[in-house]
Design a protein around this ligand. Structure first.
Ligand code: GLN
Ligand code: ZN
Length: 775
């Protein structure tokens, strides 16, 4: 008999109950006990959903009030000493302090430790992306003084809660090697690997305690087995797991997101009772795993896509599973490929969604049910799930043949594209000369990244428009007034290249997705991004095309108000793809290229409308990098080609900008250069221009605008601070290539601080220009 389980379940609740409870708690409207009660109720509901789908276990340990890695920090007793928690500070208070920081008198909690301006603020733990997902975890901080010790009973209480409800429990824990790997050293010369030895005894205690609670199975997550690991880390797995095996319940070692590759045999041979592998991301490895895994071990196959929202095709799934079932003589379990944390809760709420598209989807609750059906089919009980199988087969066939998915015109366009479609007519030097002649900008030109404050009035107008309370004409008038306001303010500030301010945009991806063919939008398809914050990614279900111009009217209107150059503002193909749920029936690179052609159409129309400078934002380009380096080259080639397809139709004298933020660029500089944008603006102020150093050393060929104003803080940087940053920048990048701009868009800021900061930025530009003229 095949067994079914899930690696984890979404935490937020069907209606994002956790988000709203958390935010009330933070505002002081509900106390800790009330918040705990919401948590307990959500866990109970989520376990019940797992039982309703006939899962053999409920998963305990995936719940968290903010982030599961933060839970782990408390469980293992390694809260960083810098928080200086009082001995009697309650656990939950310490938890939210680590997650959110403590504001100083100015109300500003600084996000990084290099910030000298806020000595009174306690900054939160750094947040970073969980592998290649859009979920952010809180980064453990390690140093030579880090100590471990079992320090929280939260997990044990949750186990007891599930047991009291009569559920068979499987506990999930982040494994010791992955936990250390995901942390960061906070001391020069210290290697967090050295903490493995003191950490393992605490895991032993933890596992022994779970065993004494009557827990039979612990799923121990070691997703780093899907990464290119240093040899020392690989070697450590075997002895670590021998040590844990002494006191542990049965361990199911869980891997996901990435092929095991060189770690495959290691993973199969570790002294654990079972192994989970991701058959969605690494289908080719399945048979190898079945070969290497000893028969006495459980093989858990992650067959249902835990990262995407498509309904499983039962025939394709069974075709993968059957050979494995034949080969592996031990017990077989089936599960989603990874935790369902990364998909929305349930389709039940999607009553407004196009019925046909809806029939192609499965969210977390539906995915649990898919396991029930697949299990029955695998175990020879097809007749019990005949209706479900038929429906799933019909949906798969409809999707495969749908004219809404497959459009000949789009396919033809991509197929017919030639190498020169992604090349500008001339090299950078020739373009630069023509652009200089056309725009006659001062040296060190100033600009901004695109958005201006999304005020309450703007959001209210958009909401009223969506509800039908404001008609298109009245809404358009309000937005034009906002654009005019932004233009006049920029003129008064003395900025050289203006933007229209993006007042009409809700979100930089949704705004374009809503106007492109091939996209669908859910009403309630929320996925946790971090803490209480959720995002609702669009669904790309079909071939992408642009039926009509998307931004031209707004941009042309903005240009009509001023003689200064107005920068058109678009989101790039890679970012649109990266922040959406992407179709799984063709390579991601093909979908990216389709989006690229749609954006190119927009670029053509902007240029025709007289817009001379066009920015194509690609903040997400780096986060799409495959987890294993072997996949980088192909990804980067496809990503840069798509960007260039979108940008290369224009004349030499049209200037293309791109923008990137909040990532390490240094290991992909050649590819960033290969995008061949005339100007790139990047976030650098929080790293004190350190990020820029790589661009200097690499001799980045085109123009570059390093951010001098950290837009994540309401703090107004002084002229001196910005001058200092600019001098640092001028030391690594030729001054003739430098632009001056904030780190990112200003939509989260208020006008008062925005104007003050930009006014200082323009003043700093003048100081630097004076220095350049030898004054
Ligand atoms: N143009 C966008 C803005 O200014 C860019 C946002 C981003 O980089 N994430 O808001
Ligand atoms: Zn940005």
């Amino acid at each position: 008999m095949t067994r079914t389980h899930t690696l984890g379940f979404p935490r937020m609740g069907a209606q994002r109950e956790l988000k709203f409870a958390l935010e009330k708690h933070w505002r002081g409207q509900i106390d800790a006990a009330a918040l705990e009660a919401v948590g307990a109720q959500l866990r109970a509901q989520h376990w019940q959903a797992q039982r309703d789908a006939g899962l053999d276990f409920v998963t305990v340990g995936d719940f968290a009030f903010y982030d599961h890695v933060a839970n782990h920090i408390q469980l293992l007793g390694c809260e960083p000493a810098r928080f200086e928690f009082a001995g009697d500070a309650p656990e939950l208070v310490r938890y939210f302090t680590m997650a959110r920081g403590v504001a100083d008198e100015a109300g500003h909690a600084c996000a990084h430790d290099g910030c000298a301006h806020h000595s009174h603020a306690t900054f939160a733990l750094e947040m970073t992306k969980w592998f290649d997902t859009n979920y952010h975890y809180l980064v453990p901080e390690f140093s030579a003084s880090t100590r471990f010790g079992l320090s929280s009973v939260r997990l044990f209480n949750e186990v007891a809660q599930a047991q009291q409800l009569g559920h068979p429990v499987k506990v999930v824990l982040l494994g010791p090697l992955s936990f250390l790997w995901l942390g960061k050293e906070k001391e020069a010369g210290f290697d967090r690997f050295s903490l493995l030895e003191p950490l393992l005894p605490v895991y032993e205690q933890l596992l022994a305690r779970l065993k004494s609670q009557g827990v039979e199975w612990v799923q121990i997550d070691e997703p780093i087995l899907g990464l290119d690991l240093p040899q020392a880390w690989r070697n450590a797995f075997e002895r670590s797991y021998w040590q844990l095996a002494r006191s542990a319940p049965k361990l199911l070692l869980a891997t996901y997101f990435s092929p095991l590759a060189d770690n495959l045999r290691l993973a199969c041979q570790l002294p654990v009772a079972g192994l989970h592998v991701d058959a969605v991301r690494a289908p080719a490895e399945l048979i190898g795993v079945a070969d290497w895994l000893p028969a006495h071990k459980v093989l858990s196959v992650g067959i249902v896509d835990g990262r995407n929202i498509w309904r499983a095709n039962p025939d394709a799934a069974l075709a993968k599973l059957k050979p494995v079932a034949d080969k592996h003589r031990g017990e077989l379990w089936i599960a989603p490929s990874c935790s369902l944390l990364h998909v929305p809760f349930s389709l039940a709420a999607e009553i407004g969604l196009d019925a046909e598209v809806r029939s192609w989807l499965a969210f977390a609750v539906e995915k649990l049910d898919e396991l029930r059906v697949l299990r029955a089919a695998l175990d020879g009980e097809e007749s019990a799930v005949e209706v479900e199988l038929l429906a799933a087969r019909k949906a798969a066939a409809a999707r495969r043949g749908s004219a809404r998915v497959h459009r000949a015109d789009v396919a033809l366009r991509v197929a017919r594209s030639v190498a020169s479609d992604d090349r500008r007519a001339s090299g950078f030097a020739a373009r630069q000369a023509e652009q200089r002649a056309r725009f006659a900008l001062p040296p060190l030109p100033t600009t901004t990244i695109g958005s201006f404050p999304q005020t309450g009035a703007i959001r209210a107008a958009r909401a009223a428009f969506r509800r039908g309370e404001l008609d298109a004409a009245a809404y358009g008038e309000k937005m034009r007034a906002e654009i005019e306001l932004a233009v006049r303010k920029q003129e008064a500030l003395g900025i050289d290249v203006l933007v229209h301010g993006e007042a009409e945009r809700n979100d930089m991806v949704e705004y374009f997705g809503e106007q492109l063919d091939g996209f669908a939008f859910t009403a309630n398809g929320w996925v946790q991004s971090y803490g209480s914050r959720c995002v609702k990614p669009p669904v790309i279900y079909g071939d992408v095309a642009r039926p009509a111009p998307m931004t031209v009217e707004w941009t042309a209107y903005a240009q009509s108000l001023t003689r200064l150059p107005m920068k058109g503002m678009l989101t790039g193909p890679v970012t649109i793809l990266q922040w959406s749920f992407v179709r799984d029936d063709q390579p991601r690179s093909v979908t990216t290229e389709q989006i690229a052609w749609a954006i190119r159409d927009e670029v053509v129309d902007l240029e025709k409308a007289g817009i001379g400078i066009i920015q194509i934002d690609e903040p997400a380009i780096r986060e799409g990098l495959p987890l294993r380096r072997a996949g980088w080259k192909a990804y980067l080639q496809a990503a840069t080609r798509s960007f260039r397809i979108s940008a290369s139709s224009v004349a030499n004298q049209t200037q293309i900008h791109t923008h990137m933020c909040y990532s390490e660029f240094n290991d992909i500089l050649p590819e960033i250069a290969a995008m061949d944008a005339d100007v790139i603006t990047i976030e650098t102020s929080r790293s004190d221009m350190e990020l820029l150093r790589g661009f200097g050393e690499f001799k980045y060929p085109n123009e570059i605008g390093p951010g001098v104003y950290d837009i994540h803080s309401p703090r107004v940087p002084t002229v001196d601070e910005m001058v200092r940053l600019l001098r640092k920048a001028a030391a690594v990048v030729p001054a003739a290539h430098l632009w001056i701009n904030p780190d990112c868009g200003l939509k989260t800021r208020a006008w008062a601080e925005t104007e003050a900061a930009l006014s200082n930025m323009v003043a700093a530009a003048r100081v630097l220009r004076g220095e350049m003229n030898g004054r």
